[in-house]
Design a protein around this ligand. Structure first.
Ligand SMILES: Cc1ncc(COP(=O)(O)O)c(C=O)c1O
Length: 428
């Protein structure tokens, strides 16, 4: 029997101004129906179009062999060019500032080759205390590579005691008072653990006033929130495409370098044959002829089978538009928040640690659960209720409604299931 709460969720789905594109995705099954998938902040669902589009590339390879570089329906040689404009639209960049290549941590390193230029007086790297471990390892290894002690060089920005998320004003204040030793600020625009969206513009400005370079990890921001990388003047950024961009496990990363750096020939860079001018690439010259776009950070010829799902995804984002998606995302997350508040009300061990202000978060809500092992709770959510959420130690269950395929009904299901698993086994 449908309760009035469930009916309300179904009505919200029917009335929402942005129709869902759920039918265009493979949603994992649960029983005779579909799962409620909240793990798109970890791995987005597969668009059904990907299989056919990959098949077309495989057919071209079978039919054409090496000639596919020029004669494939979408020739492979300039294939990465197809991704440039839609990727730039997604992050608020100019096309020449963006390239899709490699995977995220690789790009963080390649960009730090250019943009982490430590000196004895200014060699600190500022990250969030809850930075994703890969970023933490990457910056520590960069500091060590340049001969600095990572324990001293890497500064971890912490929330105030008793608070779960960072305050922009604290980051800005730190940069005002101690910024003269900071060479690089590298923060996650949306934090993977708390779901907090930082004020990128204010922090970028404060970093620049302090004389630092400001880079952004957009893994949890790309395809999730509205981004204006060019206008806010970020120096560089990188993101992956397997979360909100639905391009498949381990899929490619995007990289952004602000226009003002593109013609700077003094920047140190690693090079490969895809860094050089495409017009003269096959003259096989022993030295690079520089290009004044983000392409000059490329090294290798691009993996077409990895790029195809990214292209499919970017086409979907272009068709729907990031602004309507963000608006729907706010409606879905706001509704989920209300449902979770009802769960928390009667269960003091549970609280949402993500900021309450929709402008300070993306799709994800992080639910802190005291005194319970969150692993088994999430496993029960999935197996008994078909609710895919994930766990991040020490105590968080993350739920991310994704506006391309999640529904209000999914949100209702998640909160109902969470209440059930908390009560069964005794919420402390
Ligand atoms: C914020 C953040 N940075 C970096 C990474 C690492 O990405 P990759 O394995 O593609 O290098 C992840 C992966 O989830 C992430 O969430």
């Amino acid at each position: 029997m449908i309760t009035s709460a469930e009916r309300e969720a179904l009505d919200l789905d029917a009335a929402d101004p942005l129709p869902t594109r759920r039918a265009e995705f493979h949603v994992p099954p649960h029983g005779s129906g579909e799962a409620a998938y909240f793990a798109g902040n970890s791995l987005g669902l597969q668009p059904k179009a990907v299989r056919g589009r990959l098949g077309a590339e495989l057919d071209d390879w079978a039919r054409l062999g090496v000639e596919g570089h020029l004669e494939a329906a979408r020739p492979w040689l300039p294939y990465h060019e197809l991704l440039r404009e839609p990727a730039a639209r997604l992050v608020g960049a100019r096309p020449e500032e963006v390239v899709v290549m490699n995977s995220l941590t690789v790009n963080l390193h390649l960009l730090m080759v250019s943009f982490y230029r430590p000196t004895p007086r200014r060699h600190a790297i500022l990250i969030e205390d809850s930075a994703f471990p890969s970023d933490s390892y990457a910056v520590r290894s960069q500091a060590a590579f340049h001969g600095y002690d990572p324990d001293e060089a890497v500064i971890r920005c912490k929330p105030r005691p008793g608070e779960a998320v960072l305050r922009t004003e604290d980051v800005v204040d730190f940069l005002r008072t101690d910024g003269d030793r900071v060479a690089l600020v590298l923060l996650g625009a949306v934090n993977y653990y708390t779901g907090e969206l930082l004020d990128m513009e204010a922090i970028t400005a404060a970093g620049h006033e302090a004389g630092a370079i400001v880079g952004w990890d957009l893994a949890h921001a790309a395809g999730n929130v509205l981004l204006r990388l060019h206008d806010i003047g970020a120096d560089w950024a990188a993101w992956c495409s397997y979360k909100y961009l639905n391009a498949g496990p381990g899929s490619l990363s995007g990289a952004f370098v602000h226009e003002r750096h593109l013609t700077d020939r003094t920047l140190p860079k690693f090079a490969g044959w895809w860094s050089t001018q495409p017009r003269t690439r096959f003259e096989m010259a022993p030295t690079v002829t520089p290009v004044d776009t983000a392409d000059s950070w490329q090294l290798s010829n691009p993996p077409i089978f990895a790029m195809t799902p990214v292209l499919v995804s970017l086409e979907m984002f272009d068709e729907t538009g990031m602004a309507p998606l963000r608006a729907k995302s706010m409606r879905l997350t706001g509704y989920l928040e209300g449902q979770l508040d009802q769960v928390c009300e009667r269960r003091p061990c549970v609280r949402v640690i993500t900021p309450r202000d929709p402008g300070q978060r993306g799709a994800q809500l992080s639910v802190w659960i005291d005194g319970r092992d969150v692993g088994p709770l999430a496993a029960r959510l999935r197996h008994e209720f078909g609710v895919f959420a994930d766990v991040r130690r020490p105590g968080v269950i993350r739920l991310a409604p994704v506006p391309l395929y999640s529904t209000f009904h999914d949100c209702w299901r998640a909160a109902t299931a969470l209440a059930a698993v908390l009560d069964d086994g005794g919420a402390r």
